[in-house]
Write a protein that binds this ligand. Structure first.
Ligand code: BEZ
Length: 404
């Protein structure tokens, strides 16, 4: 036996000591894991709201926040037993500030979930940050096709639409109405470009022709030169994507230029949603396609509209519905994992399997995590977007480029 080697007895003692400290370490590790899991299950749920509070989309941000908070309030302020705590950032609909803004929520506030945003360019920066960090993201408006396309991820969900969807649905409607030559006009950024692309896909498939594509930078509202060009081109109709404050100015300028009487104006429904008070008589009669309308008259929609109007003393719009449904989707996922957000695969599977009972009508979520939903043909009558038909039934975004 070499002097440096311990005796059997010593060996046994060392083995026992090692065994005991290993067990202590194991127990400590297990206890820590249990307490982390418990914290994940029962601690406050930190929700980061990244929405526009200023600029042309400010009122859209307010409606989304109201809708989300209404859902949480109806659950007694808790989802899956976890009290909801809010953290807020005004993203100003400014893509150049988006990465810094979203990192305030992810790195500074350490939120569990982010809900945001309205503007497609800002949402793409948020999706990248969510994908890189693994933070759960619910997009309650921005339609950027890439979010549920090439940027899709197990932790990213959308409660609204892809830009392709309302554009495509409006293209189907305008082809059926018999228009042959159309001019498009929009803001030059992802939402405008992709809405026009979706519109063209459906319209040209049915033999229509887009004779001119006009645009101006977001959020400019100097429409005069472009309206003069439309008048000179004399198309059968115009397709447009504008929203929020910019949409109010466009509808008013279109009428003031005398075009309303001669060239029918169509659009993705954002053109006239949530802003009819401000558009007044100039919006009367405009046709749009969207996944929500003011006169659905279902039991579910009536209950939502009453609760929203009672709580906020405001009429709801599509943005409020999308905010509420972001809450519903979060609730479905979180209840399925009993509040434990580390169970990401189970969370996603529950949302994908759900039939979401929305004010817009029941919808499901595609494999790329985008709503599969009905698009309504609506017409402005007084202060309402009235349903006059179905533009496209259970329309699913193609989810091009999504690998999940
Ligand atoms: C967007 O940027 O994706 C968007 C903004 C307002 C309404 C609809 C879409």
């Amino acid at each position: 036996m070499k002097p440096s080697q311990p005796t059997n007895t010593a060996n046994t003692r060392i083995a026992r000591t090692v065994g005991v400290s290993f067990k202590v370490a194991l127990l400590t590790a297990t206890a820590m894991a249990v307490s982390v899991a418990t914290a994940q299950n029962t601690g406050k749920l930190k929700v980061g709201l990244m929405l526009p509070a200023t600029g042309t989309f400010a009122s859209l941000g307010t409606a989304i926040e109201n809708g989300f908070k209404l859902y949480v309030q109806q659950q007694g302020g808790k989802i899956a037993g976890r009290e909801v705590e809010y953290f807020k950032v005004d993203d100003e609909s400014d893509p150049s500030k988006a990465t810094d803004n979203v990192n305030k929520l992810i790195k500074r506030d350490n939120v569990d979930v982010i809900v945001g945003t309205v503007h497609s360019g800002v949402a793409m920066a948020m999706a990248k940050a969510a994908k890189d960090s693994g933070t759960l993201l619910f997009v309650p408006n921005a339609g950027a096709d890439a979010v549920t396309g090439p940027m899709c991820a197990p932790n990213i969900f959308r409660s609204s639409f892809s830009n392709w969807q309302p554009g495509y649905a409006t293209g189907e409607v305008m082809a059926k109405k018999g228009f042959k030559k159309v001019v498009t006009i929009t803001w030059k950024y992802a939402a405008g470009d992709e809405s026009v692309k979706g519109f063209k896909e459906a319209f040209e498939k049915s033999g229509g022709q887009v004779v001119k594509e006009l645009s101006l930078p977001f959020p400019n509202v100097e429409f005069q030169a472009l309206l003069t060009e439309i008048a000179a081109t004399k198309p059968d109709a115009v397709f447009t994507f504008f929203a929020g404050g910019g949409a109010v100015k466009f509808v008013k300028d279109y009428a003031a230029a005398g075009l309303k009487k001669t060239i029918p104006l169509y659009g993705s429904g954002f053109l006239t949603d949530g802003n009819l008070e401000a558009q007044g008589a100039d919006a009367e009669g405009i046709f749009t396609a969207l996944h929500y309308a003011d006169s659905l008259e279902t039991k579910r929609d009536k209950a939502f509209r009453t609760a929203y109007a009672t709580t906020f003393k405001l009429q709801p719009d599509v943005y409020a519905v999308q905010g509420y449904d972001a809450g519903q989707m979060l609730g479905i996922g979180l209840n399925a994992v009993k509040g434990d957000l580390s169970k990401k695969a189970e969370f996603a599977a529950a949302v994908r399997a759900a039939k979401i009972d929305s004010a817009r009508g029941t919808f499901t979520v595609s494999n790329a995590h985008n709503p599969v939903q009905d698009f309504y043909l609506r017409q402005v009558v007084g202060k309402e977007n009235k349903v006059v038909g179905i533009a496209s039934k259970a329309l699913a975004d193609p989810g091009r480029g999504c690998k999940m």
